[in-house]
Design a protein around this ligand. Structure first.
Ligand SMILES: O=C(O)CCC(=O)C(=O)O
Ligand SMILES: [Fe+2]
Length: 199
């Protein structure tokens, strides 16, 4: 899974015009986590979620679901079921990568519904940086646009999110806030008010 995440990070860097190994290096001493999810059947499946709507706070999520299915993503104003495939992983962008790409990549709103009769299982690999790594997008000199000389406005691109550490975001989502659709905005607010109250 680690190797797969490195390949995906390289592709993401290429797509952003960043040095192709930039994110691979950023995550090489990372603290990725694998988790198994078990959703028992539920007679009132229409009234109950396995996992309510949220974006993952981590960087990337690589997920495999069993044949029961239940993963849904919100796209074009609609909840869309992701058809289970034995031979494929689902890759979601999380809030931390949204910050690392200065908002170019958006974290993916998703949820999991339960099944009336069958237990459902999924396995999830969350890609995370090292706890104390500073999360910030690559500086302009690290963005190499292949044929084009970098445009001035790109060089002076405004930061969408302030610097933070993965530890800060974990503290927020584990102790103060249940990850949902607006985790990052609320986190940024929490971070700035916390800083102000610190001596
Ligand atoms: O079980 C699923 O398909 C989704 C799980 C999920 O979103 C999560 O663990 O963050
Ligand atoms: Fe999730």
């Amino acid at each position: 899974m680690n190797n797969l995440s490195q390949v995906i990070l390289e592709l993401l860097a290429i797509s952003l015009g960043v040095d192709r190994l930039y994110y691979c290096k950023f995550f090489e001493d990372g603290r990725s986590v694998m988790r198994g999810n078990n959703y028992p059947p539920c007679r009132n499946a229409g009234l109950t979620f396995g996992t309510g709507p949220h974006s993952d706070p981590n960087s990337l999520t690589i997920l495999h679901q069993d044949q029961v299915g239940g993963l849904e993503i919100f796209s074009d104003n609609k909840w869309r079921a992701i058809k289970p495939r034995r031979d494929a992983f689902v890759v979601n962008i999380g809030d931390t990568f949204m910050a690392l790409s200065n908002g170019r990549y958006k974290s993916c709103l998703h949820r999991a519904v339960v099944n009336k009769e069958r237990v459902r299982r999924s396995i999830v690999f969350f890609v995370n940086p090292k706890d104390d790594k500073i999360v910030r997008p690559p500086p302009p000199q690290k963005r190499k646009d292949i044929n084009v000389i970098m445009k001035k406005e790109e060089e002076e691109e405004e930061r969408v999110y302030p610097d933070f550490t993965w530890l800060d975001l974990q503290e927020f989502t584990q102790n103060h806030y249940r990850a949902d659709t607006t985790t990052l905005q609320n986190f940024v607010h929490w971070l700035s008010s916390n800083k102000q109250t610190q001596p």
